[in-house]
Ligand binder design. Structure first.
Ligand code: ATP
Ligand code: MG
Length: 580
């Protein structure tokens, strides 16, 4: 199918001014290039060029899903609350779930994800292990009332996702499909030209334990990652870490209670005592579901990772202001020495051999220095509790972790029986026994990927699209709007389209400077410049947007040259990851 568009009729309203509301390049450029427009915070229209690029990403995702035997379908965006009651997420999901009532007063939500719906679809119809495994996917609009919708398409409240769900009789079968999905996700990133890294992750709202995120590497990314030459890589939310300790005091000393008037923070305490923050120990308080106090102790210069706190003490929540009052404990002076009756003390592993802890005295305006575990207090549990940082030790090999930032473009999860048990979705196994399905779920942020591609491919002039994602592959720019220049331009444009190259003709009556600026802004991978002076010598110029290189080509060779350049650029994005 040939694609030949004219700039004179194309709806691509470009902006000369930088849009004030946009902080990130992708947001700025998508607005400036006339690819998207905002309807409300985190809610966007895709104009024709934005839609074309989005559609290309969808198509790549579709091909990769079909290749691993996942079947495309479409579920409703509007979902009845009953299903979410069954899974328990009507309560758990919180204000991010967009809820509404129909005219009969029945509760509904707009799907942020579709585990409930797909489980309800399959549970009454797939009865036997013989019908498994089964993998279904859709490409659909999703709704999440994000606390902070921002960065344009990167964090919207309405956005496009490819979500897939799989059902299995055995863990081996689930693992096999999870691996196939992971490879398909790597291939998708490769075909989009993304520099990316798969990382170990946290499963958040969805549930389950085994999960990998695919991170497009970008300094503007919201996610912090750590990685190691040994192959270990993780989101810092989930990263294991070996925290280096260099305590100033290495021999036990008698502990002392010190008056520390109005000292509330670690920084104030360190300054007051004239020691490093590294030599203090920070105590954070939580409560178990049964209402028992838990003290988490980490080095004063490091942060407690609340997710790891939950791994160490399942169901724990960190205290809020009200809780402190209720338990009657001084927020700025907590510590493991003589805590309230029944308190569980959990400390970070890195502190295990430290013999002189500077801690709160559980009494306003007092701290204890040189407290020693085993002598002055007991630690009930040693655990990895800390947010990993570059420079820490790798949890797998001990080498030094490096850091990077990324945009989470996709994630794969093994859900196990999280939804099949709560929603009563069973099949009958080989031995005739009813068992809950083992499930996986797999999401690609299609609209977020579009923005991620730009975050990796822009300059001051605009976007420089990978050939696979560009709204069209070539722009022909006749530098005059009439006469031979326009005629030759039109001929090259038509012949390129006939050769299967997506081509736009800038037939507008605009100055050359405007045409060049718009071409660089929108980011067509190749520009064919037809000018009067060149034509006198029988040549045109071809500019490669990515490298900025210009070559002069004879009229006779023009179409073949450009078509070959486009094919080479696309071939360079052929995936490296083998097919599953
Ligand atoms: P995040 O941690 O960034 O909020 P998530 O982990 O909650 O995302 P998933 O539930 O894993 O998101 O959804 C699958 C994919 O959908 C994500 O990998 C991401 O690419 C995309 N996505 C999630 N939330 C948004 C959003 N608000 N706007 C655009 N894309 C999103
Ligand atoms: Mg995710």
């Amino acid at each position: 199918m040939s694609v030949a568009l004219r700039m004179s009729t194309l709806y691509a309203p470009t902006l000369k001014e930088e849009p004030a509301e946009a902080d990130l390049a992708s947001h700025r450029v998508l607005l400036r290039a006339g690819m998207i427009r905002k309807a409300a915070a985190g809610v966007y229209s895709f104009l024709p060029l934005g839609w074309r690029s989005l559609h290309k990403i969808e198509q790549i995702v579709r091909e990769e899903m079909d290749a691993i035997g996942s079947q495309e379908m479409l579920m409703p965006a509007m979902q009845p609350s009953e299903l979410w009651q069954e899974s328990g997420r009507w309560e758990l999901y919180g204000p991010e779930l967009m809820r509404f009532k129909d005219r009969h007063g029945r509760d509904f939500c707009l799907g942020p994800t579709h585990e409930e719906l797909v489980t309800s679809l399959v549970r009454n119809e797939v009865r036997s292990y013989r019908e498994l495994p089964l993998s279904l996917y859709q490409i659909q609009v999703k709704f999440r009332d994000e606390v902070r919708p921002r960065f344009g398409l990167l964090r919207g409240r309405e956005f496009i996702m490819k979500d897939a769900y799989s059902f299995h009789a055995t863990q081996e079968s689930l693992q096999e499909h999870y691996d196939a999905m992971s490879r398909a996700y790597a291939r998708i990133c490769e075909r989009l030209g993304l520099k990316f890294r798969p990382v170990e992750a946290e499963s958040g709202q969805i549930g389950g334990k085994v999960t990998t995120e695919f991170m497009a590497l970008a300094d503007s990314g919201e996610a912090a990652l750590v990685y190691c030459d040994c192959g270990y890589a993780a989101n810092v939310e989930a990263a294991g870490t070996v925290v280096p300790r260099h305590p100033s005091v290495t021999e036990p000393r008698p502990s002392r209670k010190v008056h520390t008037p109005d000292i509330r923070t670690i920084a104030e305490l360190a300054a007051f005592l004239g020691i490093r923050e590294h030599d203090t120990v920070k105590t954070m308080a939580g409560r178990t579901e049964a209402g028992r106090l838990v003290f988490f102790l980490v080095p004063g210069d490091r942060e407690l990772n609340p997710i790891k706190a939950g791994w160490a003490v399942p169901g724990v929540t960190l205290l809020d202001e009200e809780d402190f009052a209720k338990f009657g404990i001084p927020k700025g002076s907590l510590g493991p020495v003589a805590p309230p009756e029944g308190t569980v003390v959990v400390a970070d592993r890195s502190l295990q051999s430290d013999v002189a802890w500077g801690v709160g005295a559980n009494e306003n305006d007092y701290h204890i220095v040189d407290a020693q575990p085993g002598r002055d207090f007991e630690v009930a549990q040693w655990a990895d509790l800390i947010v990993a940082e570059p420079g820490d030790g790798c949890p797998e090999c001990g080498a030094v972790l490096k850091g990077a930032r990324g945009i989470e473009v996709s994630q794969v999860f093994q859900l196990g029986t999280r939804y099949s048990v709560s929603m009563g979705a069973n099949f009958s196994d080989e031995d005739g026994v009813d068992k809950p399905f083992l499930m996986g779920c797999y999401g690609v942020g299609v609209s977020r990927s579009l923005a991620a591609v730009i975050e990796q491919n822009y300059d001051d002039a605009g976007v420089s699209w990978p050939a696979t994602v560009a709204p069209l592959e070539v722009a022909v720019l006749p530098l005059m709007a009439d006469g031979e220049v326009l005629e030759v331009g039109e001929r090259i444009w038509r012949e390129l389209a006939e050769a299967g190259i997506e081509t736009v003709l800038d037939d507008r009556d605009e100055r050359a400077g405007v045409k060049f600026a718009d071409a660089d802004l929108i980011g067509w991978p190749f520009q064919v410049v037809v000018g009067k002076r060149g034509l006198a010598e029988g040549v045109i110029e071809v500019k490669d947007r990515a490298t900025g290189e210009r070559v002069t080509v004879t009229l006779a060779e023009a179409v073949d040259h450009v078509a070959a350049a486009v094919r080479t650029a696309k071939a360079a994005l052929a995936p490296l990851t083998p097919h599953p």
